[in-house]
Design a protein around this ligand. Structure first.
Ligand code: NDP
Length: 237
């Protein structure tokens, strides 16, 4: 059955691939990013028509509230929510700037909490599915990524707890933890160097993460899980 899928961070990278796959499967998609033009351009390019692009900064509680008011008024109840909006400001902790630490935690952790809370109102009556995008470094840790990995590890705890809170309402909550995926976020990394330490020998493609996200969205008997999509990177970290 066709659902309304809201994808935060849907204009680029992993979220963009999720939006594409959702639309291909016949779902109506709301693409969300800070850049309105990018969100609308992406929404208009998706197969099937009637998709919507809106602007919202997930780190801003009021902005998230406004976004969901617009979404539910113009598109109806939310069936699927994907939290792919994220940033990194990688640095050793002793060199990390406070404003960067706050931005990373607000966007990656609090942002997903704001969107989940706002989406629940429209999900409670009919059920739904939420997938948060974590990271292999949230599971394993990584030097130079203390704050980023803390934001993603926090998202894991949040995902498991919310899954417990919402199971009786027929809402599943899961987390996909990607390894190194070829997107704007990893544009500065050399695949021929970094790819060598990945057991499968290469970076992942956004579409490969999107497949895992779709599996979790469309599988109603899986909740509270962390699914690593990392080419085996966790095995050698
Ligand atoms: P990209 O940088 O390619 O895309 C990030 C997306 O998030 C864009 O659509 C961006 O749009 C949006 N975004 C960023 N900040 C905000 C914000 N405050 N409010 C709303 N939207 C925002 O990143 P990836 O696709 O690579 O990453 C997606 C997720 O996957 C992130 O959570 C990231 O941490 C995680 N991840 C990525 C990995 C990788 O190797 N690429 C590995 C592990 C995890 P705009 O700038 O217009 O707002």
């Amino acid at each position: 059955m066709s659902k309304l899928g809201v994808v935060f961070g849907g204009s680029r990278g992993i979220g963009c691939a999720v939006a594409q796959l959702l639309a291909q499967r016949g779902h109506r998609v709301v693409v969300v990013s800070r850049n309105l033009e990018a969100a609308q351009t992406k929404a208009n390019s998706l197969p099937g028509g009637d998709h919507v692009g809106i602007s919202c900064d997930v780190s801003n509680e009021q902005d998230v509230q406004r976004a969901f008011e617009t979404i539910t008024k113009t598109c109806g109840p939310v069936g699927y929510l994907v939290n792919s909006a994220g940033i990194n400001r990688d640095a050793l902790l002793m060199r990390s700037k406070s404003e960067d630490m706050v931005s990373v935690l607000h966007t990656n952790l609090l942002g997903s909490m704001f969107t989940c809370r706002a989406a629940l109102r429209s999900m409670l009556s009919k059920g739904g599915a939420i997938v948060n995008i974590g990271s292999v470094v949230g599971v394993k840790g990584n030097a130079g990524q203390c704050v980023y990995s803390a934001s993603k590890a926090g998202l894991e705890g949040f995902t498991r707890s919310l899954a417990r809170e919402l199971a009786s309402r027929n809402i599943t909550v899961n987390l996909v933890a990607p390894g190194l995926i070829r997107t704007d976020m990893t544009a500065g990394l050399k695949e021929d160097v970094e790819g060598r330490r990945i057991p499968l020998g290469r970076f992942g493609k956004p579409e490969e993460v999107a497949q895992a996200v779709l599996f979790l969205l469309e599988t109603p008997y899986v909740t509270g899980q962390v699914l690593l999509v990392d080419g085996g990177l966790q095995l050698v970290m």
